[in-house]
Design a protein around this ligand. Structure first.
Ligand SMILES: Nc1ncnc2c1ncn2[C@@H]1O[C@H](COP(=O)(O)OP(=O)(O)OP(=O)(O)O)[C@@H](O)[C@H]1O
Length: 573
């Protein structure tokens, strides 16, 4: 008997040793016997290393076979989630039930508020059915949508495959390895499609089809992009693709028709193929800017949305009053715009874009804040510009709009409720090429709002003539130049499908509104009087000192500040 070999436990720490032991067990050997003599121990080592060598050869061989196949016998396409092609593909997979039939799948729900990527990807479940925006093509069967968001499926990270036109297609989906699942968002992803055959035509055709189907589904929709905080990497704001909404028909925006066609024609002319060359030949930057101004609820945002739908352009919405952007992020956002799009820059009277008088206020106030070492907060003064935490400076705004880095080809729409506060430099020709004033509803707009709300009754029980007649009567009862279209719409929405009832109730509604408005005006006057007491003379009665009696009359038009009755365009055409 030779000397016994070392006990088995000595080798337990060696990687792979346990596998060798389990193989021995499977083959019916007792590995302890092998350790009882040095020879047996040597045998154990030899057998173990032979198994490893054989495995290594097999893997190496397999590796060379797969690299040979991938280099010579298959074609593949790689798509990254940062590109819109990824969206075409995800939608196509969903529409063709590949996502639902996958054995290994990834699941998300649409209303994951934290997750911008999940929202973006889950949009595509909706696209397969254009008639019902809320339905899903890839939701779980039998799921009750009324209970909450349906589940969305897509191929899981890893490898899955499906048949398409008689060929197997392998999908390899991989995620950004730096992704932390605790942040609530989905990681950047890459999808590689591989199929048999050297010709790339098959996959190109598939991708072209995915693109065509996506764009066809999008044709009657407007894709709206808003701001989203960047969760990964450096903290900054980025454009987040919201849901593609059914486009708003331009006919649902009520404003004088000749002015509506002027702005549409101007945009069309600007976007026509020859115009870019025309600008380039004259050395002009190829940009077009519009200013929509007027009181809140007069249709500035609605008109922008409808224009985006009419021109089939994506809409990028940015509000300067949120305070979440600064000069740097504003420039970054403008640089990140596609070549052709509409940018809606709301509330440009905020954040440093005010006229010099307001700016001088801002300076002294800012100095005071610095002295007090407090977080700047706007004073409670209606004439003072609102500021967010990271206000955009006036020069930062100008730089983003038409600085060197600013893209050409886009349409910029700026909106404000206070045109008088804007610096002349901001609205000079070249930055603003056409101004549109949206005002309180005139008689024509009031009639249109009424007809718009009850238009389906024109074909049903009421008949067109009856609805028009009621609309005219309604316009007689609502004073022109006092209410915004939003206010009138709000009232009519309480009487959906009941035009007669709306007619009966409108007089008391007008009366109540007038009473409220005159009360607010009086309060404002009193406050202004306290803030600026007149020296020795009595102040002249302002127009808004309407007597309560006159305000009570349903047809009296209140002398509100700047009651405009029409939408006016001033353009340099
Ligand atoms: N001219 C209009 N034509 C059709 N609808 C209108 C019009 N004005 C307002 N509305 C309706 O009123 C609501 C608010 O309109 P919108 O947001 O476009 O106003 P706005 O001028 O952009 O307001 P704000 O200055 O507060 O952003 C919307 O539901 C819209 O449909």
């Amino acid at each position: 008997m030779g000397a016994a070999g070392p006990p088995l436990g000595t080798f337990m720490g060696i990687p792979g040793f346990e596998i060798i032991l389990s193989i021995f067990h499977k083959l019916g050997f007792d590995p302890n016997l092998l350790c009882n003599s040095p020879m047996s121990f040597g045998m154990l080592l030899t057998v173990g290393s032979s198994i490893f060598t054989a495995l290594g050869y097999m893997l190496g061989y397999f590796g060379s076979v797969t690299s040979f196949i991938s280099a010579n016998l298959v074609s593949s396409a790689t798509v990254h989630s940062s590109d819109v092609t990824y969206l075409y593909l995800v939608r196509w997979l969903a529409a063709n039930k590949v996502s639902t039939d996958c054995r290994l799948f990834w699941v998300t729900s649409r209303r994951n508020l934290q997750s911008s990527t999940a929202r973006r990807l889950s949009v595509f479940g909706d696209q397969g059915n254009q008639h019902n925006d809320e339905s899903d093509v890839d939701g779980a069967e039998g799921e009750d949508d009324s209970l909450g968001p349906k589940l969305k499926f897509s191929p899981a990270p890893g490898i899955s495959w499906f048949w398409y036109n008689g060929k197997p297609i392998v999908i390899r989906r991989s995620c950004d390895p730096n992704w932390s699942q605790f942040v609530g968002d989905l990681p950047d992803q890459t999808m590689v499609l591989t199929t048999i055959g050297r010709s790339p035509k098959f996959l190109r055709d598939l991708l072209a089809r995915a693109r065509r189907e996506y764009l066809e589904a999008e044709r009657h929709k407007t894709t709206v992009y808003c701001l989203a905080p960047q969760i990964y990497g450096p903290s900054r704001v980025v454009w987040d693709q919201g849901r593609a909404k059914p486009s708003r028909d331009i006919s649902t925006v009520f404003m004088p028709s000749e002015e509506k066609s002027r702005i549409i024609n101007d945009c069309r002319e600007y976007l026509s193929p020859g115009t870019a060359h025309w600008y380039a030949r004259r050395g002009l930057p190829y940009r077009r800017g519009y200013l929509f101004y007027g009181p809140p609820g007069t249709g500035k945002t609605s008109l922008s949305m409808a224009l985006a739908g009419e021109l089939n352009l994506p809409l990028f919405i940015l509000s300067l009053s949120t305070g979440s952007i600064n000069d740097e992020s504003l420039t970054q956002l403008f640089v990140g715009l596609p070549k052709k799009c509409i940018v809606l820059l709301e509330d440009i009277d905020c954040a440093g874009a005010t006229d010099s008088s307001a700016k001088s206020n801002e300076t002294s106030w800012g100095k005071k804040q610095k002295k007090d070492n407090k977080q700047p907060q706007p004073p409670n003064n209606d004439n003072f510009p609102r500021h967010g935490k990271t206000p955009v400076s006036f020069s930062g705004l100008l730089n983003a709009i038409d600085g060197v880095a600013s893209h050409e080809g886009r349409i910029l729409i700026m909106t404000t409720n206070h045109r008088e506060r804007l610096d002349a430099a901001l609205i000079r020709p070249g930055r603003v090429d056409m101004e549109i004033k949206l005002g309180f509803a005139d008689a024509e707009t009031i009639t249109e709002v009424f007809r718009g709300l009850y238009q389906e009754l024109e074909t049903e029980k009421e008949g067109a003539e009856k609805v028009s007649c009621k609309a005219r009567r309604f316009a007689e009862l609502v004073p022109a130049g006092v209410f915004t279209p939003a206010e009138i719409q709000g009232f009519l929405l309480s009487y959906k499908g009941q035009p007669q009832k709306a007619l009966e109730k409108v007089a008391s509604w007008v009366e109540g509104k007038n009473r409220k408005k005159s009360g607010r005006n009086k309060l404002k006057l009193r406050r202004n009087g306290r803030n600026n007491p007149p020296p020795n003379i009595m102040p002249p009665s302002p127009p808004s000192t309407a007597t309560p009696d006159s305000a009570m009359s349903p047809t009296s038009s209140l002398q509100l500040p700047e009651p405009t009755t029409t939408t006016a365009i001033t353009a340099d055409a």
